[in-house]
Design a protein around this ligand. Structure first.
Ligand SMILES: [Zn+2]
Length: 198
């Protein structure tokens, strides 16, 4: 059978999703086109809308429809504490634990010299500015318990060692190599409550 280019392009596009290989991508493509064309149209519209309308909060990098996100603007948050995470999904997971009511800062990555990701690639100057212009008293390092996540936490701790601010690391309830995104919310809640000064 001659290849149909538009079909192939859609299959290729779906392969960017985690866990979707060539076979599942092909199956999803056929599902969307032959069984759920309305759903497919809606999916396509929602992806376009999200890409057009969402930006990164200018204070914390979280996804937001406004320049500043609802967490940064909320008057119910404890503004003396800031929790540093790698990605927006980590923030989401921590929010779901309902055990933390401070602010956040999302690095949008982690230090990874092998992948060419250095301090300039994880918004550290933005973090320094944020802390300089605030009443933050405690910095909670909630990067993943991976080699890169630990190195990133250590680097940030060093960065603020001469500043009058307490730094803590979420507790080791998390498995070594553990990524916050995949930890259940009970364990994560415990990890943040039992955080240790470093
Ligand atoms: Zn924000």
């Amino acid at each position: 059978m001659k290849k149909i280019e538009v079909l192939e392009n859609l299959v290729d596009a779906l392969k960017i999703l985690p866990g979707v290989g060539p076979k599942s991508a092909l199956r999803l493509t056929y599902f969307l086109l032959q069984r759920n064309r309305n759903g497919a149209k809606n999916l396509s519209d929602q992806i376009s809308n999200a890409l057009e309308q969402l930006m990164h909060c200018e204070l914390c990098n979280n996804f937001s429809e406004e320049p500043k996100c609802s967490i940064c603007l909320s008057d119910k948050r404890d503004v003396s504490t800031i929790c540093i995470v790698e990605m927006p999904t980590d923030l989401l997971m921590l929010e779901e634990t309902h055990s933390y009511d401070g602010l956040y800062f999302i690095l949008m990555g982690r230090l990874s010299p092998l992948d060419g990701i250095g301090p300039n690639d994880i918004h550290l100057s933005k973090l320094i500015n944020r802390i300089k212009n605030s009443n933050i008293k405690e910095l909670i390092l909630a990067t993943n318990f991976t080699v890169e996540g630990n190195a990133t936490a250590q680097y940030i701790k060093e960065l603020f060692k001469d500043v009058d601010i307490k730094t803590s690391r979420i507790a080791r309830g998390l498995p070594m190599g553990g990524e916050i995104e995949y930890v259940d919310s009970g364990t994560l809640a415990q990890a943040i409550v039992e955080r240790k000064a470093i």
